[in-house]
Design a protein. Structure first.
Length: 385
């Protein structure tokens, strides 16, 4: 069934919008943090219409729809939600529970509870992309027993994919199109940059250049689309200061090619880490000192996180000394996460069957088992990057 969802519902209630807007402006004066109060005042109209009235009216519309379906004997057997954190989608969870229908939230990618902007999972079951995120589910207010590893249609290793063959093809293409000489260095590393605080990124970049000094390695710099020309120039300023500019090359290509031409992918917290791991390319996550990232990609893909030039140098030397053993790490990750090779279909089918064949009273969460709020519980960790 395809059902169009109404939007801009607040437009039909101008007086109510104005009243809530005035209330929010008065509320802003009571907030201790002046910055938060100012933001609320500036966005009071939008918060009133899109943040309060639209979801409330939308809930009433959905309720009326389900009431009609119930009267016609047409209620669904299961309500599946994805992405579950969009308010217009999340609204279906309590509605399904009201009508005795099991609900299932499906995570299309990997999230953890380090970001306060995310919300709790209010459905009866939760499908995630890997065992790592299954272990994280309690942070979203749903027990691990109600969470199942499904995988994601967005994250699948291409059928019959071979990283060695793909690397050969990608390098031949780069050599033909960009005149890149892949025989010049013993190893090629791709560094996927992030548009975060330059003070930290510059230290990480300096560590990479220092770690690879004298190891006959080239670094392909895969900059982020949000990094401006001045920022890209700054990378080369650091490289020249390290006398390393002759072994740094910007790659203006798609992320997959930047992964495939590399012997090792380096990144702080780019999504390229999991993309590379699924393709079978070794990954090393890089930071400086005690700085951690909100998305711990190294934990997700079971890769090393290095905090200094010395630690990264150790990893590069380990690769150069025994490439086969180093590459075996990536193979082990895929062996432990077959859903990234096989896809989510069979696991999703099994979970849906389990839900539909289960006892409704045990499948549907009781009110006392649900989070008391849609918002994540604090205190939230503070990350400098």
């Amino acid at each position: 069934m395809v059902q169009p969802i109404p939007t801009a519902l607040a437009a039909g209630f101008p007086a109510l919008v104005n009243w809530i807007r005035s209330w929010l402006i008065d509320l802003a004066d009571e907030i201790a943090d002046p910055a938060v109060g100012r933001i609320l005042r500036l966005r009071a109209s939008r918060a009133a219409s899109e943040g309060i009235i639209d979801p409330l009216v939308f809930g009433k519309v959905l309720d009326a729809w389900f009431e009609r379906l119930a009267s016609e004997g047409g209620l669904p057997d299961l309500v599946a939600l994805t992405p579950a954190r969009v308010p217009s989608v999340a609204a279906f969870a309590p509605l399904a529970r009201k009508y005795g229908i099991p609900s299932l939230a499906l995570e299309p990618h990997g999230l953890n509870a380090n970001y306060a902007r995310y919300t709790n999972i209010l459905t009866d079951r939760y499908g995630v992309i890997s065992e790592y995120f299954r272990a994280q589910s309690d942070g979203f207010g749903i027990p691990i027993a109600r969470t199942t590893v499904i995988g994601s249609p967005r994250i699948i290793r291409p059928k019959g994919y071979d990283i060695a063959a793909a690397r050969t093809t990608a390098r031949q293409r780069m050599a033909s199109e960009h005149k890149t000489d892949f025989d010049r260095f013993r190893a090629n590393l791709s560094y996927f940059c992030q548009p975060s605080d330059w003070t930290h990124v510059a230290k990480v970049w300096h560590n990479i250049l220092t770690a690879t000094e004298g190891l006959d390695t080239r670094i392909f710099l895969k900059t982020h689309p949000e990094e401006a020309p001045a920022r890209i120039a700054a990378y080369f300023d650091v490289a020249r200061a390290c006398d390393a500019a002759d072994r740094v090359e910007i790659v203006e290509t798609d992320p997959t090619t930047a992964i495939e031409i590399a012997d090792i992918v380096l990144t702080g917290y780019s999504a390229a880490a999991i993309d590379a791991a699924i393709l079978g390319c070794p990954v090393v996550c890089v930071t400086d000192g005690e700085v951690d990232y909100p998305v711990a990609q190294h934990e997700i893909i079971d890769a090393p996180l290095v905090r200094s030039a010395a630690e990264l140098r150790h990893e590069v030397i380990a690769y150069l000394d025994d490439r086969a053993a180093y590459n075996a790490r990536a193979t082990a990750f895929l062996a432990h996460n077959p859903q990234f090779v096989e896809g989510p279909d069979s696991r999703l089918t099994s979970l849906v069957k389990e839900i539909l064949e289960g006892d409704r009273e045990s499948v549907i969460r009781r009110p006392e088992d649900l989070p008391t709020s849609a918002f994540l519980s604090g205190p939230h960790p503070v990350f400098p990057v």
